[in-house]
Ligand binder design. Structure first.
Ligand code: KG4
Ligand code: ZN
Length: 342
Protein backbone atom coordinates (compact mmCIF):
# COMPACT_ATOMS: atom_id res chain seq x y z
CA UNK A 1 0.00 0.00 0.00
CA UNK A 2 1.23 3.46 -0.87
CA UNK A 3 2.31 5.54 2.09
CA UNK A 4 0.75 8.96 2.45
CA UNK A 5 2.26 11.31 5.01
CA UNK A 6 -0.02 14.13 6.17
CA UNK A 7 1.13 16.97 8.39
CA UNK A 8 -1.93 18.33 10.18
CA UNK A 9 -2.32 21.63 12.02
CA UNK A 10 -5.07 22.59 14.48
CA UNK A 11 -5.35 26.10 15.93
CA UNK A 12 -9.08 26.81 16.18
CA UNK A 13 -9.24 27.83 19.83
CA UNK A 14 -6.62 27.77 22.57
CA UNK A 15 -4.59 24.64 21.79
CA UNK A 16 -1.82 24.69 19.21
CA UNK A 17 -1.44 21.21 17.80
CA UNK A 18 0.46 19.47 15.01
CA UNK A 19 0.36 15.80 14.03
CA UNK A 20 1.90 13.54 11.43
CA UNK A 21 -0.08 10.61 10.06
CA UNK A 22 1.01 7.79 7.81
CA UNK A 23 -2.22 6.82 6.06
CA UNK A 24 -4.78 6.39 8.87
CA UNK A 25 -2.21 5.85 11.65
CA UNK A 26 -0.88 8.56 13.93
CA UNK A 27 2.91 8.88 14.12
CA UNK A 28 2.89 11.96 16.37
CA UNK A 29 0.30 14.27 17.91
CA UNK A 30 1.76 17.26 19.76
CA UNK A 31 -0.44 19.66 21.70
CA UNK A 32 0.68 22.91 23.36
CA UNK A 33 -1.98 24.05 25.84
CA UNK A 34 -2.13 27.77 26.48
CA UNK A 35 -1.85 28.43 30.21
CA UNK A 36 -2.24 32.18 29.76
CA UNK A 37 -6.08 32.01 29.78
CA UNK A 38 -6.37 30.46 33.25
CA UNK A 39 -6.10 33.77 35.09
CA UNK A 40 -8.96 35.25 33.01
CA UNK A 41 -11.44 32.43 33.58
CA UNK A 42 -11.91 31.81 29.83
CA UNK A 43 -10.18 32.06 26.46
CA UNK A 44 -9.07 35.60 25.53
CA UNK A 45 -9.04 35.55 21.70
CA UNK A 46 -6.24 38.08 21.23
CA UNK A 47 -3.97 36.24 23.66
CA UNK A 48 -4.83 32.94 21.98
CA UNK A 49 -3.68 34.09 18.55
CA UNK A 50 -0.46 35.51 19.98
CA UNK A 51 0.27 32.25 21.77
CA UNK A 52 -0.43 30.27 18.55
CA UNK A 53 2.15 32.45 16.80
CA UNK A 54 4.72 31.60 19.45
CA UNK A 55 3.86 27.90 19.56
CA UNK A 56 3.32 26.89 15.98
CA UNK A 57 6.91 26.58 14.74
CA UNK A 58 8.19 24.53 17.71
CA UNK A 59 5.05 22.36 17.82
CA UNK A 60 5.29 21.49 14.11
CA UNK A 61 9.05 20.83 14.41
CA UNK A 62 8.42 18.54 17.38
CA UNK A 63 5.63 16.65 15.57
CA UNK A 64 7.91 15.97 12.58
CA UNK A 65 10.79 14.97 14.84
CA UNK A 66 8.69 12.56 16.93
CA UNK A 67 7.24 11.02 13.78
CA UNK A 68 10.73 10.62 12.30
CA UNK A 69 9.47 12.19 9.09
CA UNK A 70 11.22 14.87 7.01
CA UNK A 71 9.34 17.85 5.56
CA UNK A 72 10.37 16.62 2.12
CA UNK A 73 8.58 13.30 2.66
CA UNK A 74 5.20 14.94 3.34
CA UNK A 75 2.38 14.27 0.85
CA UNK A 76 0.09 17.15 1.93
CA UNK A 77 -0.67 19.69 4.66
CA UNK A 78 -4.10 19.62 6.33
CA UNK A 79 -5.32 22.48 8.50
CA UNK A 80 -8.42 23.58 10.39
CA UNK A 81 -10.24 26.20 8.33
CA UNK A 82 -13.10 26.60 10.86
CA UNK A 83 -15.22 26.84 12.88
CA UNK A 84 -13.33 28.63 15.65
CA UNK A 85 -11.84 31.96 16.67
CA UNK A 86 -10.82 34.08 13.69
CA UNK A 87 -7.42 35.16 15.05
CA UNK A 88 -6.55 31.61 16.11
CA UNK A 89 -7.64 30.07 12.80
CA UNK A 90 -5.63 32.65 10.85
CA UNK A 91 -2.36 31.48 12.40
CA UNK A 92 -2.82 27.81 11.40
CA UNK A 93 -4.29 28.71 8.01
CA UNK A 94 -1.46 31.07 7.07
CA UNK A 95 1.19 28.66 8.31
CA UNK A 96 -0.30 25.74 6.37
CA UNK A 97 -0.64 27.80 3.20
CA UNK A 98 2.99 28.96 3.31
CA UNK A 99 4.35 25.52 4.05
CA UNK A 100 2.35 23.89 1.25
CA UNK A 101 3.56 26.56 -1.16
CA UNK A 102 7.18 26.22 -0.03
CA UNK A 103 7.14 22.43 -0.27
CA UNK A 104 5.02 22.32 -3.48
CA UNK A 105 2.55 19.89 -1.94
CA UNK A 106 -1.27 19.99 -1.75
CA UNK A 107 -3.15 21.95 0.87
CA UNK A 108 -6.27 20.43 2.48
CA UNK A 109 -8.82 22.41 4.50
CA UNK A 110 -10.64 20.59 7.30
CA UNK A 111 -13.84 21.35 9.22
CA UNK A 112 -13.05 21.10 12.95
CA UNK A 113 -16.37 19.46 13.90
CA UNK A 114 -16.13 16.92 11.07
CA UNK A 115 -12.71 16.10 12.51
CA UNK A 116 -14.10 15.53 16.02
CA UNK A 117 -16.42 12.94 14.46
CA UNK A 118 -13.94 11.29 12.11
CA UNK A 119 -11.40 10.94 14.95
CA UNK A 120 -13.08 7.52 15.35
CA UNK A 121 -11.42 6.44 12.09
CA UNK A 122 -7.86 6.95 13.35
CA UNK A 123 -6.66 3.38 13.18
CA UNK A 124 -5.56 1.88 16.46
CA UNK A 125 -6.94 -1.57 15.75
CA UNK A 126 -10.34 -0.72 17.27
CA UNK A 127 -13.82 -1.31 15.81
CA UNK A 128 -14.97 1.66 13.72
CA UNK A 129 -18.48 2.95 13.17
CA UNK A 130 -20.23 2.04 9.93
CA UNK A 131 -22.22 4.54 7.88
CA UNK A 132 -24.76 5.79 8.62
CA UNK A 133 -24.16 6.37 12.32
CA UNK A 134 -25.16 9.00 14.87
CA UNK A 135 -22.55 11.27 16.42
CA UNK A 136 -23.09 13.59 19.32
CA UNK A 137 -20.51 16.35 19.19
CA UNK A 138 -20.03 17.93 22.58
CA UNK A 139 -17.39 20.61 23.00
CA UNK A 140 -16.76 24.09 24.33
CA UNK A 141 -18.43 25.63 21.29
CA UNK A 142 -20.86 22.99 20.03
CA UNK A 143 -23.56 20.53 21.06
CA UNK A 144 -25.06 18.71 18.11
CA UNK A 145 -26.55 15.38 17.14
CA UNK A 146 -25.32 14.57 13.67
CA UNK A 147 -26.34 11.86 11.22
CA UNK A 148 -23.10 10.80 9.56
CA UNK A 149 -23.90 9.39 6.11
CA UNK A 150 -20.30 9.19 4.90
CA UNK A 151 -16.94 10.82 5.55
CA UNK A 152 -18.13 13.88 3.65
CA UNK A 153 -21.90 13.94 4.14
CA UNK A 154 -23.24 14.91 7.54
CA UNK A 155 -26.66 16.19 8.60
CA UNK A 156 -27.37 18.08 11.82
CA UNK A 157 -30.48 16.56 13.45
CA UNK A 158 -30.45 18.77 16.51
CA UNK A 159 -28.29 21.29 18.31
CA UNK A 160 -28.13 23.67 21.22
CA UNK A 161 -30.24 26.79 21.01
CA UNK A 162 -27.90 28.71 23.33
CA UNK A 163 -24.84 27.54 25.32
CA UNK A 164 -22.77 24.51 24.39
CA UNK A 165 -22.48 21.71 26.95
CA UNK A 166 -18.78 22.54 27.50
CA UNK A 167 -19.83 26.06 28.45
CA UNK A 168 -22.30 24.61 30.96
CA UNK A 169 -19.41 22.72 32.59
CA UNK A 170 -17.00 25.68 32.42
CA UNK A 171 -19.52 28.25 33.69
CA UNK A 172 -20.57 26.00 36.56
CA UNK A 173 -16.91 25.65 37.46
CA UNK A 174 -16.55 29.43 37.41
CA UNK A 175 -19.56 29.82 39.73
CA UNK A 176 -17.85 27.33 42.06
CA UNK A 177 -14.60 29.32 41.94
CA UNK A 178 -12.70 26.66 39.97
CA UNK A 179 -10.16 27.68 37.26
CA UNK A 180 -10.71 27.48 33.48
CA UNK A 181 -11.30 25.04 31.83
CA UNK A 182 -13.49 23.71 34.59
CA UNK A 183 -14.97 20.66 32.81
CA UNK A 184 -12.18 18.27 33.78
CA UNK A 185 -12.27 19.51 37.41
CA UNK A 186 -16.03 19.03 37.74
CA UNK A 187 -15.49 15.52 36.38
CA UNK A 188 -12.75 14.88 38.95
CA UNK A 189 -14.71 16.11 41.99
CA UNK A 190 -17.91 14.42 40.74
CA UNK A 191 -16.26 11.03 41.15
CA UNK A 192 -16.28 11.42 44.94
CA UNK A 193 -19.77 12.91 45.20
CA UNK A 194 -23.38 11.77 45.34
CA UNK A 195 -25.10 12.44 41.99
CA UNK A 196 -28.51 12.54 43.70
CA UNK A 197 -27.51 14.95 46.48
CA UNK A 198 -29.03 17.99 44.75
CA UNK A 199 -31.66 18.34 42.05
CA UNK A 200 -31.50 20.76 39.13
CA UNK A 201 -34.39 21.22 36.76
CA UNK A 202 -33.91 20.00 33.22
CA UNK A 203 -34.95 22.03 30.18
CA UNK A 204 -37.91 20.94 28.11
CA UNK A 205 -36.74 21.57 24.56
CA UNK A 206 -38.50 20.37 21.43
CA UNK A 207 -37.21 17.82 18.92
CA UNK A 208 -33.52 16.92 19.18
CA UNK A 209 -32.39 20.36 20.28
CA UNK A 210 -30.70 21.29 23.54
CA UNK A 211 -30.53 24.29 25.85
CA UNK A 212 -28.07 24.81 28.70
CA UNK A 213 -28.48 28.45 29.64
CA UNK A 214 -31.40 27.78 32.02
CA UNK A 215 -29.42 25.12 33.83
CA UNK A 216 -26.52 27.53 34.28
CA UNK A 217 -28.85 30.17 35.78
CA UNK A 218 -30.47 27.51 37.98
CA UNK A 219 -27.06 26.52 39.33
CA UNK A 220 -26.12 30.16 39.95
CA UNK A 221 -29.30 30.83 41.98
CA UNK A 222 -28.87 27.57 43.87
CA UNK A 223 -25.32 28.51 44.89
CA UNK A 224 -26.28 32.10 45.77
CA UNK A 225 -29.13 30.89 47.97
CA UNK A 226 -27.05 28.32 49.84
CA UNK A 227 -23.96 30.48 50.31
CA UNK A 228 -26.18 33.24 51.76
CA UNK A 229 -27.12 30.76 54.54
CA UNK A 230 -23.70 29.15 54.81
CA UNK A 231 -20.60 30.88 53.35
CA UNK A 232 -18.74 27.53 53.35
CA UNK A 233 -21.47 25.75 51.39
CA UNK A 234 -19.33 25.27 48.27
CA UNK A 235 -16.27 23.88 50.04
CA UNK A 236 -18.36 21.65 52.30
CA UNK A 237 -20.36 20.18 49.40
CA UNK A 238 -18.09 20.53 46.36
CA UNK A 239 -18.08 16.86 45.37
CA UNK A 240 -21.86 16.50 45.76
CA UNK A 241 -22.54 19.69 43.77
CA UNK A 242 -20.22 18.56 40.94
CA UNK A 243 -21.68 15.05 40.91
CA UNK A 244 -25.25 16.38 40.83
CA UNK A 245 -24.55 18.90 38.04
CA UNK A 246 -22.73 16.26 35.99
CA UNK A 247 -25.55 13.79 36.54
CA UNK A 248 -28.09 16.36 35.29
CA UNK A 249 -26.03 17.11 32.15
CA UNK A 250 -25.54 13.41 31.43
CA UNK A 251 -29.29 12.80 31.71
CA UNK A 252 -30.09 15.70 29.35
CA UNK A 253 -27.65 14.35 26.74
CA UNK A 254 -28.67 10.70 27.03
CA UNK A 255 -32.41 11.44 26.75
CA UNK A 256 -31.84 13.22 23.44
CA UNK A 257 -29.57 10.48 22.13
CA UNK A 258 -32.22 7.91 22.94
CA UNK A 259 -34.78 10.00 21.07
CA UNK A 260 -32.42 10.31 18.08
CA UNK A 261 -31.99 6.54 17.93
CA UNK A 262 -35.76 6.04 18.13
CA UNK A 263 -36.40 8.58 15.37
CA UNK A 264 -33.74 7.38 12.94
CA UNK A 265 -33.58 3.67 13.74
CA UNK A 266 -29.78 4.01 13.67
CA UNK A 267 -28.23 2.02 16.48
CA UNK A 268 -24.59 2.98 16.13
CA UNK A 269 -23.81 5.92 18.34
CA UNK A 270 -20.54 7.82 18.70
CA UNK A 271 -19.51 10.81 20.78
CA UNK A 272 -16.78 13.33 20.00
CA UNK A 273 -15.37 16.67 21.16
CA UNK A 274 -13.72 17.80 24.39
CA UNK A 275 -16.67 16.95 26.64
CA UNK A 276 -16.59 13.32 25.47
CA UNK A 277 -13.58 13.01 27.81
CA UNK A 278 -16.10 13.22 30.68
CA UNK A 279 -16.17 10.00 32.67
CA UNK A 280 -19.89 10.27 33.50
CA UNK A 281 -20.80 10.64 29.82
CA UNK A 282 -18.50 7.81 28.74
CA UNK A 283 -19.97 5.41 31.30
CA UNK A 284 -23.55 6.49 30.59
CA UNK A 285 -23.15 5.95 26.84
CA UNK A 286 -21.70 2.52 27.39
CA UNK A 287 -24.52 1.46 29.67
CA UNK A 288 -27.15 2.91 27.31
CA UNK A 289 -25.55 0.78 24.60
CA UNK A 290 -25.69 -2.36 26.72
CA UNK A 291 -29.27 -1.68 27.79
CA UNK A 292 -30.71 -0.82 24.37
CA UNK A 293 -28.47 -2.90 22.10
CA UNK A 294 -26.59 -0.01 20.50
CA UNK A 295 -23.03 -0.16 19.26
CA UNK A 296 -21.26 2.70 21.00
CA UNK A 297 -18.01 4.46 20.13
CA UNK A 298 -16.05 6.51 22.62
CA UNK A 299 -12.83 8.21 21.48
CA UNK A 300 -9.49 7.72 23.21
CA UNK A 301 -8.78 10.61 25.59
CA UNK A 302 -6.08 12.16 23.40
CA UNK A 303 -8.56 12.41 20.50
CA UNK A 304 -11.38 14.02 22.54
CA UNK A 305 -10.09 17.51 23.25
CA UNK A 306 -8.67 19.58 20.41
CA UNK A 307 -5.81 17.81 18.64
CA UNK A 308 -4.30 17.77 15.16
CA UNK A 309 -4.46 13.97 14.70
CA UNK A 310 -8.21 14.28 14.05
CA UNK A 311 -7.48 16.98 11.44
CA UNK A 312 -4.97 14.60 9.88
CA UNK A 313 -7.43 11.72 9.51
CA UNK A 314 -9.86 13.96 7.61
CA UNK A 315 -6.88 15.21 5.57
CA UNK A 316 -6.01 11.64 4.68
CA UNK A 317 -9.52 10.77 3.45
CA UNK A 318 -9.67 14.02 1.46
CA UNK A 319 -6.23 13.27 0.01
CA UNK A 320 -7.52 9.92 -1.28
CA UNK A 321 -10.21 11.86 -3.18
CA UNK A 322 -7.73 14.51 -4.38
CA UNK A 323 -9.96 17.03 -2.62
CA UNK A 324 -7.41 19.84 -2.39
CA UNK A 325 -7.74 23.50 -1.43
CA UNK A 326 -6.54 26.51 -3.39
CA UNK A 327 -4.03 29.00 -1.99
CA UNK A 328 -6.73 31.69 -1.99
CA UNK A 329 -8.54 29.98 0.93
CA UNK A 330 -9.34 32.07 4.02
CA UNK A 331 -10.08 31.04 7.61
CA UNK A 332 -13.80 30.71 8.31
CA UNK A 333 -14.99 31.20 11.94
CA UNK A 334 -18.46 29.85 11.01
CA UNK A 335 -18.33 26.70 8.99
CA UNK A 336 -21.45 24.50 9.22
CA UNK A 337 -20.88 20.76 9.20
CA UNK A 338 -23.86 20.33 6.88
CA UNK A 339 -21.91 22.02 4.05
CA UNK A 340 -18.82 19.85 3.78
CA UNK A 341 -18.75 19.50 0.02
CA UNK A 342 -16.68 22.19 -1.71
O1 KG4 B 1 -13.25 20.13 21.81
P1 KG4 B 1 -12.61 21.03 22.79
O2 KG4 B 1 -11.19 20.73 23.24
O3 KG4 B 1 -12.58 22.51 22.25
C1 KG4 B 1 -13.62 23.04 21.49
O4 KG4 B 1 -13.68 22.74 20.28
O5 KG4 B 1 -14.47 23.72 22.14
O6 KG4 B 1 -13.57 21.10 24.05
C2 KG4 B 1 -13.24 21.87 25.19
C3 KG4 B 1 -14.33 21.69 26.23
C4 KG4 B 1 -14.18 22.62 27.43
O7 KG4 B 1 -15.44 23.20 27.69
C5 KG4 B 1 -13.76 21.67 28.56
O8 KG4 B 1 -14.17 22.09 29.84
C6 KG4 B 1 -14.47 20.41 28.15
O9 KG4 B 1 -14.29 20.35 26.75
N1 KG4 B 1 -13.94 19.20 28.79
C7 KG4 B 1 -14.62 18.48 29.71
C8 KG4 B 1 -13.77 17.43 30.11
N2 KG4 B 1 -12.58 17.55 29.44
C9 KG4 B 1 -12.71 18.64 28.63
N3 KG4 B 1 -15.87 18.63 30.19
C10 KG4 B 1 -16.29 17.74 31.11
N4 KG4 B 1 -15.52 16.71 31.56
C11 KG4 B 1 -14.27 16.52 31.10
N5 KG4 B 1 -13.53 15.50 31.56
ZN1 ZN C 1 -12.99 21.05 19.42
Amino acid sequence: MQKTYILAIESSCDDTSAAVLCNDKVLSNEVANQEVHKQYGGVVPELASRAHLQNIVPVVAQALKKAGVNKEELSAIAFTRGPGLMGSLLVGTSFAKSLSMGLHIPLIEVNHMQAHILAHFIDEGQAKPQFPFLAMTISGGHTQIVKVNSFFDMEVLGETLDDAVGEAFDKTAKILGLPYPGGPLIDKYAQEGNPKAFQFSQPNIAALNFSFSGLKTGILYFIQKHTADNPNFITEHLADICASVQHTIVEILMKKLKKAVQQTGIRQVAIGGGVSANSGIRTALQSMGEKHGWKTFVPKFQYCTDNAAMIGIVGYYKFLQSDFTQQGVTAQPRLPISQLAN
